[in-house]
Write a protein that binds this ligand. Structure first.
Ligand SMILES: Cc1cc2nc3c(=O)[nH]c(=O)nc-3n(C[C@H](O)[C@H](O)[C@H](O)COP(=O)(O)OP(=O)(O)OC[C@H]3O[C@@H](n4cnc5c(N)ncnc54)[C@H](O)[C@@H]3O)c2cc1C
Length: 430
């Protein structure tokens, strides 16, 4: 496909983070006839996060796994650990630095896909057959636009987390979380109270290094200082004091993920040929916040369509049953935050690991759903059948000091703010 002279590219991709880079790299390697330009406001890529997922490496990302584990553990506040393992399924860890470098190398090797950094995208409008994107570096005209820029969203709950990859010199007391050096602590040291659930997420990376995160599920985004304080307290309980001799912070990551996304604060304009994707386009699973594997699958599908000369697609809508199961679960967590650790512990204890894993990875069968329902107390969940999500949903990032922007160390180009909509929320996962 040759872009007509009226276009700068067949497709312009706004935002080149996880989803935007995935699409650009797929186009670079599989769709030589599609001319694409990806723009991102960032001027460089940092090792700003990591992605975990269950299963095989997505096609095209072979060799990117930095670490994989066969065991993962849930541990309620009472201390009982529930180890899970499913034969043949690994929990994989991909570093952002490796992912960014991998995708960028593929883009750099292609002659038809271009990545432009330090370019802030603004509004998109239609002009005859073309879509026109205003950017800090002038206008771009394209047949199609895929917008992966983060958007402010309203959600039932917010997963607020901050973590450190730390060289702890062997101090980290993994046994206190009920895990060994070869297992992931998925939700350990759970603490539930009237304001929500907190838990420790630990990835032991070597005998002396680990990624340790403190996560809170809360009805509104929490202040960064509050979550950092929780992280430091959790680390101290595990024998690691940041700043103490022999303890070295290697990098930090954190963010706020909406759980049970109800609406965007500023809905994306409905313009034919414009598709919203990535976390902003519904890539993250409501009940978990996982989305990496989904974004890779979407990039495959979207690149294949573009290669056939067809319009790009967004993420498929959640199937009815999954959407409602997730909503009921999140409403129950909101209604009874003090019982949330109990709910997770019941599922971890009462549902076979392979069933729970199928549920978490979007492959649940009816029997899996029934097993999950059977593990939970009936009445609090029955009370959540009416859909109250629109009334309950809170906006992301309204209050000063919210976790929005946590870990953002990127310079914002001076003109980005002037360009305007939608407002860039660097480092906010969605
Ligand atoms: C710290 C962290 C850890 C996570 N861990 C996991 C995990 O283990 N597993 C998992 O499945 N999911 C995880 N997630 C959730 C999700 O997978 C990530 O947030 C993912 O990066 C979302 O991809 P995205 O492309 O939608 O957004 P991003 O990766 O955030 O990319 C959006 C891009 O848009 C750019 N941008 C913003 N405004 C503009 C503008 N005006 N013009 C141009 N560009 C702009 C940004 O610079 C950014 O590069 C994590 C999220 C975070 C924050």
């Amino acid at each position: 496909m040759q872009p007509s002279p009226a276009y700068d590219a067949d497709v312009v991709i706004l935002g080149a983070g996880c989803a935007g880079l995935a699409l650009a790299a797929r186009l670079a390697t599989t769709a030589p006839s599609v001319r694409a330009i990806a723009v991102d406001v960032r001027t460089r890529y940092d090792d700003d996060r990591s992605w975990c997922f269950w299963g095989d490496e997505p096609a095209g990302l072979e060799g990117l796994t930095a670490r994989a584990w066969n065991d993962w553990v849930y541990q309620a506040e009472a201390g009982a650990a529930h180890p899970h393992r499913v034969d043949g399924v690994a929990y994989r860890y991909v570093r952002a630095a490796d992912y960014y470098a991998h995708c960028r190398a593929r883009i750099a090797a292609s002659e038809h896909v271009e990545l432009r950094l330090g370019v802030a995208a603004g509004a998109v409008r239609r002009d005859g057959e073309a879509l026109v994107v205003s950017t800090s570096a002038g206008e771009l005209r394209a047949r199609w636009v895929v917008d992966t820029r983060p958007r402010r969203q309203r959600a039932l709950l917010f997963q607020c987390f901050t973590g450190v990859e730390v060289d702890h010199g062997g101090r980290l007391d993994l046994a206190a979380l009920g895990i060994g050096a070869d297992a992931v602590g998925l939700m350990t040291g759970m603490r539930a109270d009237a304001s929500g659930l907190g838990f420790v997420y630990v990835l032991p990376l070597s005998h002396s290094t680990a990624l340790v995160e403190w996560t809170r599920f809360a009805p509104h985004p929490l202040r960064a200082a509050e979550v950092r304080a929780g992280r430091d307290a959790a680390l101290a309980d595990l024998g690691v004091r940041l700043g103490e001799p022999g303890v070295r912070v290697l990098r930090e990551e954190g963010g706020v993920l909406p759980m049970g996304r109800v609406a965007d604060d500023v809905p994306a304009p409905r313009i034919p040929g414009l598709v919203v994707a990535g976390a902003a386009g519904g890539a993250l699973r409501d009940a978990t916040g996982y989305g990496f594997a989904r974004m890779q699958q979407w990039a495959d599908d979207c690149a294949a369509r573009l290669a056939r000369g067809e319009a790009p697609v967004g993420h498929p809508p959640e199937p009815f049953v999954r959407r409602h199961m997730d909503r009921i679960f999140l409403q129950a967590l909101r209604a009874h935050p003090e019982r949330s650790a109990e709910y997770f512990a019941r599922m971890a204890r009462g549902v076979a690991p392979e069933r729970l894993l199928r549920f978490l990875t979007d492959r649940a069968r009816l029997s899996d759903l029934l097993a999950i329902i059977a593990s939970l107390p009936l009445l609090p969940f029955l009370a959540q059948l009416p859909d109250r999500s629109r009334r309950l949903a809170e906006p992301l990032g309204r209050r000063r000091g919210d976790l929005v922007g946590l870990g953002a160390r990127r310079p914002r180009p001076a003109r980005a703010a002037a360009i305007g909509k939608p407002e860039p929320l660097e480092q906010v996962a969605s």
